[in-house]
Structures are given as C-alpha cells and as structure tokens.
Write a protein that binds this ligand. Structure first.
Ligand code: MTE
Ligand code: HPA
Ligand code: MOS
Length: 777
C-alpha cells in the first residue's frame, strides 16, 4: 500500500521542524568553528586573548579547554575534537567561539592569532603511494588461482580506473543545538544518523556520563552517509560550547564551510587485470583498490571492505583476487556516502565487462548476461557467500523487453550514422548489493512501543529519519502488526533515552532492523493483550473459554477466530487495559540471524541477502562541447514485497540521479595547497531538475517476496545509486560511436564535459592518424 511520506505535507508547508527551526529562549548563543587554513602544519603558538575581549563573546575555546577526552574518532581514536600541536587538513577544527551574534563570532575569529610552520602535505593518491602513507596494512581477498587462470585465458585486459570523490549535498548542512539542563545534564538536538554514538562521544568529550546526555533526532534534512559519523563533529563542538558556557548553543555550518570541513566519498585509483575467453566469459580477475582515506580513519576500513566485497557486482568470477589499500592524505577524512564503497568496487567490474564487449565487438548487454551469477551453479561469490534468490535473469529479461533495448539499439546506430556532431549511446547495467553491516555486530536494533488508553500507539525505535521514509514504513509495519489503521500510529523522534545503545541508520538496513525490533515489541504487547482479552471473553461466555492463541488483531479490532461473535474494538479493549492491570509498554530487540564474516580471511556469509536492480540508460552526447543529455532511463528494481511503492520508487529515482551526478557532473578539485576549489553550488554541479532523464520509467519487480526481512520486504536505499553506471557507460558508448566503435574511449569517472571532450578528441586524432596510414576506419 502506498502512503506518501508521513511528513510530506509538513515538508512542503515548512511546518516540519528541523534543528534550525527549534524554538529556543533568549539565552541562545551562536557557535562557530575556527578551522585550519593549512593542509599540514605545526601550530607553534596561538593567542586568544584579544578574541575573548570582543563584546558579546562568551567563550573562545582551544583543545586545553576540553574537560574530557579530546577525541571524536568513531572507531579508531585518531580524530581530535580540536587540533592541539599539528593540523592535518584544511578545515580541521582548532578553536570554537560562542557569542550572542554571528557578527561577534566573526569579529572574535579575526582577532585570533596563530603562528604555523607549514609542513609538506600529501594531497594525491600518487604521493601517498610513493610515501607508503598507509592508514592500515593492505587487505586481501582470494578465491582460486587468479595468476594461473590469467595465464591460461584466451584474452587479457589490463587497466587503471579513477573514480572521483563526491559531496553529499544534503540540503540541511551540519547543525546541532545543545541545551544544558541541571548539573551535567545536556540535551542535544543533533542532525546525526547515529545518535547513540553522538551521545557516547559527547559524554567522553565532556567527561560526564552517558546517562546525563540525551541525543534527539526528529529528522535530518538529508544525510546520505554524510551524517553517519560526521554529524558527530558539529554535535561535539556545540556540546562543548554549551557545557562550558552553560547556555544553549547552536552551530550551523554555512554551505561553503560544510563543504570545506566535511569528508567526501572516497576517491579511488583502481588497477585491474582480467582474463576471459573468446565467448566473453570471465575466467579471472585481479583488482587492486587504492582508497583515499583522508587524514583519519573514520569509517574508511569498512568502506574499503565493502568495495572489495563488490568488485564482482553481478558476475561470477571463478578466480579472483582483491587487494585493498587505504591511504592517508592531508584532506578532510573521507566518510560514508550512499553505497559505502560498493560503487567504487562495482565501477571496476562494470568497466571490465564493458571492455570485454568492446574487445570482442559484441553488445555489452550480451556479455553481461552471460557472466551473471547462475541460479544453481556458478553462484558463489569470491568471498564464499552463495547468491540466493538471484533476480538477475528476471530483471534482465523483463527490462530488455520493456525498454525495447534491441529496437532502440538499432535506432541509435542509425542515428549515429546520420549525425556527425551528435552521438547517441545506450547501456544496461545491473546491481547486486549486499544488505547488512559488514561489521556484523552492528546488525541490531531496539524499539519501545507504548499503547495508550485511547487506542493510540507511540512507536520509538533506534533508526533515524533523513528523508528516506523510514518512519513512514515503521508506522505501516506497526499498524499492520497490530491490525489497526495507520492513523493510530505515531512514530516519535529518535531519542537515546527511549531506545539506547543502537547502531547507525545506515547500510540500507534501517527498516529491516528497526522494523523487526518494533515487531518484536508488538508481539510482546499482543501476547499480554491477548491473554487479558481471552480472560475477558471467557468471563462473558462462562463454560466456553477463549484462548489467547486464537485471538486475532485485525480491522481495528480483536476477535476470537474460533468464536465469530466474540469481538471488541481495539479502542475499547485498550481503554480496559489499565483497569485490568496490563502493561501497555514494551521494548523490542532484533539482531540479524545467520551472518558470519571472517574479516581476516575475507571469507564467509557477511550479508543477510542481496538487493538487485537493473537499468537501461540512453544518452545523447554533443561531440563539439562534451555536453550530454539523458534521453531515456528504464529501471526495474527488486524491493521484495514493497512496504510502500511510492517511497521505494522515490528512493530508486533519487539513488539513480545521485549516482548519475557522481558519474557525470560532480567533480571535486583541490588546489596544490589542499584548499577545496569546488566548495559551493556555483563550482560543484549536482543534478538539477533539467538533468533528470527526459523519459524516466521506474518500476518495481513484481511477485518477489523476500523471505529474509520484515513483511517480505527488501532494503531499497543504496543499491539504485549504482544504476547510475548505465548513464556513464551509455556516454562511453556514444563517444565510442565517434570512431565507429573501432576505438575504445579513454574514460574515467566522473565523465565531465571535459573528460568526454578529451576522449572524443583523442578518438578523432586516432582516426585521422589511421586514415593517414591508409587504415580503413
Ligand atoms: N534518502 C533520502 N531522502 N535522504 C538520505 O539522506 N540516505 C541514504 C538512503 N536514502 C538518504 C536516503 C543512505 S546513505 C542510506 S544508508 C539509507 O537511506 C538509510 O536509510 P534506510 O536504511 O532506512 O533505508
Ligand atoms: N554500511 C554502512 N555503514 C557501516 C557499514 C556498512 O556496511 N559497516 C560499518 N558501518
Ligand atoms: Mo548510508 S552510506 O550506509 O549512510
């Protein structure tokens, strides 16, 4: 059943309360972060005294003012909250200011004196590799004998692929409001995907206890992974200022500061060697992934691991080795971004498969289909997990037909033969994405469900809402489990005092995990209610008792399935519970069963299940400018039994477009000193309304219940991002048409106008050179 997002009308009218909308008293102070202008430098000395004298300024803090641990690293403790002796990236926080107005903050900032001794920064992957600047020892995964299989393959391919960084561009920049209570109490309104971690870090930073810190998240104005750990930073800074001044403090980064300070998607430099036979069947693959972690660890280890786990994408590779290197550079620490390394791994494989087709002069769709994981054989990944409930062939057959791929492919060729300056291209690409946190213990969730005497239900769970519709789905799940109408259910703001010790809302698993925890709590409540109502029915029908296990909850009522005349409305029953001394509040808990993952060996069953999707994109490239237009996109995606088709289609559309942005126009550049050059929307081009495909057709695969998740549904959030590769490869296909598909374009990601134009020019030059040499092209 489709319902619009539970806050949709509030989003549109502006009534939805984001952190910057929370009403506060006249004691509120504005917080400001003062950050490093150097990519790498020693701090020789600083003087805050003049800044502290500015009227209206309540605090100017440095690392020495931190009462607890100067640390906000989420996993590895390598991220100081405020830099002490050394700065390791432009944008690293050094001082904090709290004042009555923004202007006073700026004036204080101008009066801070710092003496730096600049050091040599590492700003490229090449330099990091040259200096062996590793964050962790290299990781490996291996199946079979790739070297031997490569030497026995009929064809070999070798190459290097660069995939770029990307900015999250959540609409709500990093923001936090921290409000002190009595004693050490602190209530923190954070824009965080991970309130429990925010709470823990703030407690450690302030040297107080977790039971004194409450973190609440009503909603984020977008996150996309950018607030899985890095929402903590602004929260820590705000909490520190609030703790010291004992006044409410709000920090809201302006867009440019947000882009300069926060981490991005990890850029990768990947190298590969692939062996395949005359039919285009992959025999062996060796991949080396080099990830730019930035200046600290953050989630980079898990992100690299997910990249390594996704180099296969949807294809069976009998012999496979993957090496993963995580490099330290002097850029802001890179972080989670929708897909979490998966896109970087999949980009390599999609390049390999596309290149095989070009070598063999076959349509790439054919090579793809041939290499898909099999249903009963050829179905074990390079890390040992069997691909169950494989939807690839269903998706492929249905999408090839519904998108009329074959006919349009011919039309594209005809078009290209009659146009010199416009070229069209097409590509179909699949995605297979593992659902579960690869850090296995994170696959857990909690809930607290309250029912009130008027029959209304208040659901608390550990997941956070960032626009993805988690609360809308949870509301539906709770209503369905109780057999009541959705209007009865309200989902509370996420609050660490209601549901403690939770994992981040991430890995696309928000509904899977929290939905099950909510169901678990409701099962407990229904058990209690059924027991009491069975007694009640029995009292009314002496001699013929009702049994709790025959009571059913449906149509806003509770009835005895064995006795059709025994029924009571849900509202009436709930009104009786207090007098009957039944507790209507229960906690729920869930941990994903059946997962096991040996990180050291790189072997096991890390995922609860896989999500699948497929996409055909058609583009038109202007050969003279390198510009491109998305003419048409057809997507077929597998979300099991959809909990909410409207929301799921929204996620698929949004994910695809976000992927297209990363693959095409979004390019991040730093200068030679490590300053971000692309720190605002005028230099960083995210997709806008006119960039969506002229003809955009998104459908959900039908009749594919998922046995492994709540109400047979399936996670949706991240996988569609990787369908953006079909636009990228369609552009490559169009560029390839410039040389009549005889020459392969040189391609990296993103394929900006510049990259496209250079690839076109190289092909034209090559064609000229060949013609000059008398070769027919
Ligand atoms: N959709 C919207 N509108 N806003 C977001 O910030 N984040 C994405 C995805 N879809 C995001 C989104 C990311 S990175 C993840 S992991 C999931 O939502 C998280 O939510 P879920 O697990 O509840 O699907
Ligand atoms: N996805 C998102 N966040 C994570 C993961 C993951 O697989 N592992 C640890 N944090
Ligand atoms: Mo999403 S990158 O797992 O927050």
């Amino acid at each position: 059943m489709s319902f619009s997002h539970e806050s949709a009308s509030k989003h549109v009218t502006g009534e939805a309360v984001y952190i910057d909308d929370i009403l506060v008293n006249d004691q509120l102070l504005v917080g400001r972060v003062v950050y490093s202008p150097h990519a790498h430098a020693r701090i020789l000395s600083f003087d805050l005294s003049e800044a502290q004298k500015v009227a209206g300024v309540h605090a100017v803090l440095c690392h020495k003012d931190i009462p607890g641990a100067n640390q906000m690293g989420p996993v590895v403790k390598d991220e100081p909250c405020l830099a002490a002796d050394e700065v390791i990236c432009v944008g690293q926080a050094i001082f904090l200011i709290a004042a009555e107005t923004e202007e006073q903050c700026l004036e204080a900032e101008r009066r801070i004196k710092v003496e730096y001794r600049p050091l040599d920064p590492i700003l490229t992957l090449e330099k990091a590799i040259e200096h062996q600047s590793l964050l962790i020892p290299p990781r490996t995964m291996l199946r079979g004998e790739p070297d031997k299989a490569l030497s026995e393959s009929e064809h070999l391919l070798k190459g290097e692929l660069r995939t770029g960084a990307a900015e999250h561009w959540y609409l709500e920049t990093q923001v936090c409001l921290a409000v002190p209570g009595e004693g050490n109490e602190l209530t923190v309104y954070a824009s965080s995907q991970h309130p429990s971690e925010t709470q823990a870090l703030i407690a450690e930073l302030l040297g107080i206890r977790r039971n004194e810190v409450v973190v609440e998240v009503r909603r984020m104005g977008g996150a996309f992974g950018g607030k899985e750990t890095q929402g903590n930073h602004t929260a820590c800074w705000s909490a520190l200022l609030a703790g010291v001044t004992r006044r409410p403090v709000k920090i809201r980064l302006c867009r440019d500061d947000d882009q300069k300070i926060t981490g991005k998607r990890h850029r990768f430099l990947s190298r590969y060697e692939a062996g395949f036979d005359n039919d285009g069947m992959l025999r062996a693959l060796k991949v080396e992934l080099n990830s730019d972690g930035g200046c600290a660890t953050d989630l980079s280890i898990a992100i690299l691991e997910r990249a390594m786990l996704h180099v296969d994408n949807a294809y069976y590779v009998p012999h496979c080795s993957v090496v993963g290197n995580l490099w330290r550079t002097n850029l802001p620490s890179n972080t989670a971004f929708r897909g979490f390394g998966g896109p970087q791994g999949i980009a390599v494989m999609e390049t390999v498969v596309d290149r095989i087709a070009r070598v063999l002069k076959k349509d790439p769709s054919e090579i793809r289909q041939k290499n898909f994981y099999g249903i009963d054989s050829r179905n074990v990944t390079h890390y040992g997990q069997t691909v169950e409930h494989n939807r690839l062939f269903l998706l492929y057959d249905q999408l090839m037909a519904s998108s009329e791929y074959a006919r349009r492919r011919k039309e594209t060729d005809t078009f290209n033969n009659s146009h010199e300056f416009l070229k069209r291209g097409m590509a179909i690409t699949p995605v297979k994405f593992g659902i579960s946190f690869t850090t296995s213990f994170l696959n857990q969730a909690g809930a607290l469900v309250n029912v009130y005497g008027d029959g209304t239900i208040l659901v608390n769970h550990g997941g956070t809402e960032m626009g993805q519709g988690l609360h809308t789905k949870i509301q539906r799940i709770a209503a369905a489990e109780f057999g009541v109408s959705v209007e009865r259910v309200k989902v509370n703001a996420t609050n660490t005092s209601k549901v403690p010790n939770t994992a981040a809302t991430a890995a696309s698993a928000g509904t899977d995990l929290n939905g099950m925890a909510v169901k678990n709590a409701i099962d407990t409540l229904k058990g209690r209610i059924a027991e009491s109502m069975a007694l009640y029915f029995s009292e009314q029908h002496k001699g013929d008792p009702s049994r709790p296990d025959t009571l059913v909850f449906e149509d806003d009522s509770i009835r005895d399935s064995k006795h059709p005349d025994r029924t009571i409305s849900f509202v009436e029953a709930m009104g009786m519970m207090f007098a009957r001394q039944v507790s209507l509040s229960a906690t729920g808990y869930y941990k994903t069963p059946g997962i096991q993952w040996d990180k050291a060996r790189g072997w096991g069953h890390p995922f609860n299940y896989y999500a699948f999707g497929m996409c055909v994109s058609e583009v038109e490239v202007d050969v003279l400018t390198g510009g491109h237009t998305l003419l048409r996109t057809d997507i077929l995606h597998d979300v099991g039994d959809s909990l909410n088709p409207l929301i799921d289609i929204g996620q698929v559309e949004g994910g695809y477009i976000q992927g297209v942005g990363w693959c095409t126009t979004e390019e991040i550049k730093w200068d030679e000193k490590g300053n971000l050059l692309t720190h605002s929307p005028d230099t960083y081009k995210i997709p806008s309304v006119q960039d969506i495909p002229k003809d955009f057709r998104v459908s959900l695969l039908k009749d594919v219940p998922n046995p492994n998740a709540i109400r047979k549904s399936k996670a949706v959030a991240e996988p569609p991002l990787m369908l953006g590769f079909s636009a990228w490869l369609a552009i490559k296909d169009a560029v390839s048409a410039v040389g009549n598909h005889d020459l392969e374009p040189d391609f990296s990601l993103p394929a900006t106008n510049e990259v496209i134009l250079l690839a076109v020019e190289r092909i034209k030059d090559e064609v000229k050179a060949r013609r000059g040499a008398g070769v027919e092209v």
